[in-house]
Design a protein around this ligand. Structure first.
Ligand code: ADP
Ligand code: MG
Length: 792
C-alpha cells in the first residue's frame, strides 16, 4: 500500500441494494429464546440496512449486548456467506475460539462451517462460512492476498482495545475496501467496539473522508452500587479473598466475578477459595452433577460439568510472563457451609474449561469466577451480581533501549474500572467492590489506557510494517499516529542495520523481524545461529535491558569490610571481563559471565550470598532469568529453526565464541561506534588530562566518556561500541564493548567511508585456513587504513 499521497481516500457512495436473499438458519428453541433477550436483536434491521448501504460501519454497544455472537449471524442470513466468507477478528485468542464455538452452536452448524484460526491452531476448512481469527492472523493473510478476495465482509471486533494489529488493520482496510468497490466486488468493513472513544475512528479524516455511520446498541443496564475501600492495601489478592468470603457469608444469592491480573493469580485464588468452601461437604451436588452430565450427553454443543474436571488446569506449568506477588493470602473466616462453585478464566485456559463459565452452577451453589481482564469486554459471564475489582492490570512494558517486553502490574484505567463494574448490572441491580480508595482512583487512574501503538518502540513497528509491504509508513492512516520524527529516525537506523535497502525490507530485515526485540538486538539474535551462540546473545540482550545489575558500593558493617568487599568485586569483574585473563572485552561480556556464574550458584542454592560477595543485585539476576526464559520461548514460537533449550546455567563463552559475540554486537550497534579521542583534536588550551577517557562517537558532536564502572577504563581500547549514551555532567557510554578496527568495514560499513573505487566489503572464505578474509580501505574519522586480506 502506498500512503495517502498515492492513494487518496475514496468517497464510497451508497450503491448496494439489500440482497433479496434470506438464508435460513435452524436454531433450537432454547437458543432462539436466549437470543430474543439480547438488545441487539431489536436493531437487526437498522444494522443490516446500514451495512448494505455503506462500505464502512461502526457498531458500538455495551459488553454483552450481542455484537460478537449476533452480527455474524445477521450477515449470514442476509447472504454474505453464500459466495465468500464472513471474517471476524479478535485481539484475544480466547475470544476467537470461544465465540466461534458459541456461534456454531447457536446456528446449529458444525465447526467446519463456523471456524476459528489463531496462530498455530484452528479448524478452518473449505466449507468455512464464518471465520473467527486473531487480528494478527488477518494481517498475515493480507500479506499474501492484499484484496482479501475470500471475504465479503470483515468485522474488526473489540476495536476499543486498541491493539496494534487491529489499529493497523483499520488503516489497511480503509484503503482495501475502496479498491474492492472499484473492482465491482465490494467488501464491507464493520468496526465493533464498546462505547469508548469512538471519535478516534470516526473523526479521523485520514481514515475516512466521510465519517462512517455509527450505530449504537442501547442496553438495559441496572444500577450498580460502587463501594470503594477506605484504604488501599498492597496485597490485593488477600483483600480479594477476604471480600469474596464476606460476600459469600453474608450477602444474598448472586454470582461473583473477581478481576485479578494474571493466570497465576487466578489459579492461586481459585485453589484457596475451593479449599475454604469445598463442594463435597454439601449433599446433593454430586447427584446433581451426574444428572447434568447425563442431560448434556444428549444435547449437542453443551459442555457438561464434570466433577473430575473440577480442577485447576496446568497446575504444574511454569509460565514465563508472570509477575511475582505475595502468595500469602491469609484466611478469611468461613461462616457458611454453602458451597461455592469457583471457576478460573484466563486467555490460555483450554477451551473445554472456558465453556464452563457459561453453564449455570450446580444447584445450591453460588457461582464465583476468578478472571483476568478477559471478562472485562471480551466474554460476558451470565448471572453476575457482585464484582470484586482489584483495580490492577498487567501491562506490557517495552524496554526503551532493547525493546524486550516485560510485564508489570499497575492500576487499570477509569474506563476499564467502569467496564468491570458494569458486569454486575446485567441481570438486576448489582454491587461492585473496588479494593482501592476513591483517592487512589481519582489520582492514580488514567482516563483511558494508552493505545498500544504509542507504547511500542517505533523501530520495531516500522520494520514490522515494512515486512507487511506497507511502503510509506509515515503516510499510513493510523487511527492514532506514532511520532513522525521518530518514524524517520527509525527508518535511517534500519538502513544502517541493513534491514532496509532503498526503502525496501531486505532478507536480513525479514530475519530480524522475527525476533521480539528492537531491530538492532533482533539483528544480533539473527546472526547468532552459529557456534551455539543464541543462548549467549539472549542472555546479553536480557541483561542489557535490566538496570543496575552490577552494584557500585557494598553495603557493609564497617569501612574495612566495605573495602575488602570492593577489592573482591573488582577482582571478579576483571576475571569476568577477560577470557583467559588476557584481554578486557567489555561490559556486556562481564554481565554475561556474571549472570552465568550467578545461575550456577543458584543451582547450588547459594544465589543470595553469591550476589553479596560479588556485587550483583539479587533481584536483577532473577529478573534477567525471567526475561531469558520469556525471550527463549518467544523465539521458539517465531523462529522454529532456532534450536535452543532454556537452562539458566550458562558456561563462560570460549575464546572463539567471545570474539564472535563481540562481532555480532558490533553488527547490531553499527551506528554506535566510538573512537578514542586524539589529544591533538582538542582545542588550544583544553586540559588534556580531563579527556583521558574521552571518545568520539560516530553519531555525536561532543565527546563521550567511558563510564566510571566500565571495565575498559584499564585498557582504553582504540575502538569500541556502546549500548546507549546517558547524560549527567558529561555524556557517558553505557554497555561498552571493545572491537578491532578491521571488523568495522565488515560489520559496520555504514560507519566507514570507503576509498575510491568503492570496495564492497565482501568477505572471502578460505576453506583451508577455515577463515574469513576481506580487503578494504576505509577511513573512520581522521584515521585511515587499508587492509588487504584482513582476517575477520
Ligand atoms: P458483546 O459482543 O456485545 O459483548 P456477546 O455477543 O459476546 O456480546 O454476548 C451476547 C450474550 O451471549 C451474552 O449474554 C453472553 O453471556 C452470551 N454467550 C456468549 N458466549 C456464550 C456461551 N459460550 N455460552 C452461553 N452464553 C454465551
Ligand atoms: Mg464482543
Amino acid at each position: 500500500v502506498n500512503g495517502s499521497e498515492e492513494m487518496p481516500v475514496e468517497e464510497v457512495k451508497a450503491v448496494d441494494r439489500k440482497p433479496a436473499i434470506f438464508v435460513p438458519v435452524n436454531r433450537s428453541a432454547v437458543v432462539q429464546k436466549a437470543r430474543l433477550k439480547l438488545p441487539i436483536l431489536a436493531e437487526e434491521q437498522e444494522i443490516m440496512e446500514q451495512i448494505n448501504q455503506n462500505s464502512f460501519v461502526v457498531l458500538a454497544g455495551e459488553t454483552g449486548s450481542g455484537k460478537t455472537t449476533q452480527v455474524p449471524q445477521f450477515l449470514y442470513e442476509a447472504g454474505y456467506a453464500l459466495k465468500k466468507m464472513i471474517g471476524i477478528t479478535e485481539p484475544r485468542r480466547v475470544a476467537a475460539i470461544s465465540m466461534s464455538q458459541r456461534v456454531a452452536h447457536e446456528m446449529n452448524l458444525t465447526t467446519d462451517e463456523v471456524s476459528y484460526l489463531i496462530r498455530f491452531e484452528g479448524n478452518v476448512t473449505d466449507r468455512t462460512k464464518i471465520k473467527f481469527m486473531t487480528d494478527g492472523v488477518l494481517l498475515k493473510e493480507i500479506q499474501g492476498d492484499f484484496l482479501l478476495a475470500k471475504y465479503s465482509v470483515i468485522i474488526l471486533d473489540e476495536a476499543h482495545e486498541r491493539s496494534v494489529y487491529t489499529d493497523i488493520l483499520i488503516g489497511l482496510l480503509s484503503r482495501i475496501v475502496p479498491l474492492r468497490q472499484k473492482r465491482g466486488d465490494p467488501l464491507k468493513l464493520i468496526i465493533m467496539s464498546a462505547t469508548l472513544r469512538l471519535e478516534d475512528f470516526t473523526q479521523n479524516l485520514r481514515l475516512f473522508k466521510v465519517p462512517p455511520p455509527v450505530i449504537k446498541v442501547e442496553t438495559r443496564q441496572f444500577p450498580v452500587t460502587i463501594h470503594f475501600n477506605k484504604r488501599t492495601f498492597d496485597n490485593y489478592l488477600k483483600e480479594a479473598y477476604t471480600k469474596i468470603v464476606k460476600i459469600h457469608n453474608k450477602l444474598p444469592d448472586g454470582g461473583v466475578l473477581v478481576f485479578v491480573t494474571g493466570q497465576r493469580e487466578v489459579k492461586t485464588l481459585v485453589r484457596k477459595l475451593r479449599k475454604a468452601f469445598p463442594l463435597k461437604q454439601s449433599t446433593g451436588i454430586e447427584d446433581h452433577l451426574k444428572k447434568t452430565l447425563r442431560q448434556a450427553k444428549k444435547k449437542k454443543g453443551v459442555t457438561p460439568i464434570d466433577l473430575d474436571d473440577y480442577s485447576v488446569p496446568g497446575d504444574n506449568e511454569e509460565s514465563g510472563d508472570e509477575s511475582d506477588y505475595d502468595s500469602d493470602i491469609g484466611d478469611g473466616v468461613v461462616h457458611t457451609n454453602k458451597p461455592l462453585w469457583v471457576l478460573p478464566l484466563f486467555s490460555q485456559l483450554p477451551s473445554g474449561k472456558q465453556a464452563q463459565v457459561f453453564q449455570p452452577p450446580p444447584e445450591g451453589c453460588r457461582l464465583c469466577i476468578v478472571s483476568t481482564n478477559v471478562a472485562e469486554t471480551s466474554l460476558t459471564i451470565p448471572n453476575i451480581k457482585y464484582v470484586v475489582d482489584t483495580g490492577k492490570t498487567k501491562v506490557k512494558l517495552y524496554d526503551k533501549v532493547t525493546g524486550v517486553t516485560s510485564y508489570m502490574v499497575t492500576w487499570t484505567s477509569k474506563a476499564s474500572a467502569s467496564q468491570r463494574s458494569g458486569r454486575a448490572g446485567r441481570i438486576g441491580p448489582g454491587h461492585c467492590y473496588r479494593l482501592y480508595s476513591s483517592a487512589v482512583y481519582n489520582d492514580a487512574f488514567q482516563e483511558f489506557a494508552v493505545p498500544e501503538i504509542q507504547q511500542k518502540p517505533v523501530d520495531d513497528l516500522y520494520l514490522q510494517m515494512k515486512c507487511m509491504n506497507i511502503d510509506k509508513v509515515q503516510n499510513f492512516p493510523f487511527p492514532t499516529a506514532p511520532d513522525l520524527m521518530q518514524l524517520k529516525t527509525a527508518q535511517s537506523r534500519l538502513e544502517i542495520l541493513g534491514a532496509l535497502k532503498e526503502s525496501r525490507v531486505t532478507q536480513l530485515g525479514r530475519a530480524i523481524a522475527r525476533f521480539p526485540v528492537l531491530p538492532r538486538y533482533g539483528k544480533m539474535l539473527a546472526l547468532s545461529h552459529q557456534q551455539n551462540l543464541l543462548p549467549y546473545t539472549i542472555c546479553i540482550v536480557a541483561a542489557l535491558s535490566v538496570q543496575e545489575v552490577l552494584l557500585e558500593t557494598p553495603i557493609a558493617q564497617s569501612p574495612m569490610e566495605a573495602k575488602t568487599l570492593r577489592q573482591k568485586w573488582v577482582a571478579t569483574r576483571k576475571q569476568w571481563a577477560g577470557v583467559g585473563n588476557s584481554l578486557l572485552l567489555g561490559d556486556p561480556m562481564v554481565l554475561l559471565r556474571a549472570v552465568g556464574a550467578a545461575e550456577y550458584a543458584n543451582a547450588d542454592g547459594k544465589l543470595e550470598s553469591f550476589c553479596t560477595e560479588n556485587g550483583l543485585r539479587h533481584k536483577a539476576v532473577i529478573e534477567i532469568r525471567k526475561l531469558r526464559i520469556q525471550l527463549t520461548n518467544e523465539i521458539k514460537l517465531n523462529v522454529p529453526d532456532a534450536d535452543i533449550i532454556v537452562d539458566p546455567k550458562l558456561p563462560p563463552p570460549t575464546d572463539l565464541q567471545a570474539k564472535l559475540l563481540r562481532q555480532i554486537m558490533l553488527a547490531g550497534m553499527a551506528d554506535q561506534v566510538a573512537r578514542k579521542l586524539d589529544p591533538d583534536e582538542l582545542a588550544e588550551g583544553e586540559d588534556k588530562a580531563k579527556f583521558k577517557y574521552a571518545y568520539r562517537a560516530n553519531n555525536m558532536e561532543d565527546p563521550v566518556f567511558l563510564h566510571q564502572g566500565s571495565v575498559l577504563k584499564k585498557t582504553l581500547p582504540e575502538f569500541c561500541i556502546f549500548q546507549e549514551i546517558y547524560e549527567t555532567n558529561k555524556m557517558y557510554m553505557r554497555g561498552v564493548t571493545a572491537i578491532e578496527p578491521e571488523w568495522l568495514a565488515i560489520y559496520a560499513p555504514g560507519a566507514c567511508h570507503f576509498s575510491e573505487p568503492l570496495l564492497e566489503p565482501e568477505p572471502r572464505y578460505d576453506p583451508s585456513a577455515g577463515k574469513l578474509y576481506c580487503t578494504v580501505s576505509a577511513t573512520f574519522g581522521p584515521q585511515a587504513w587499508s587492509l588487504s586480506n584482513a582476517e575477520i
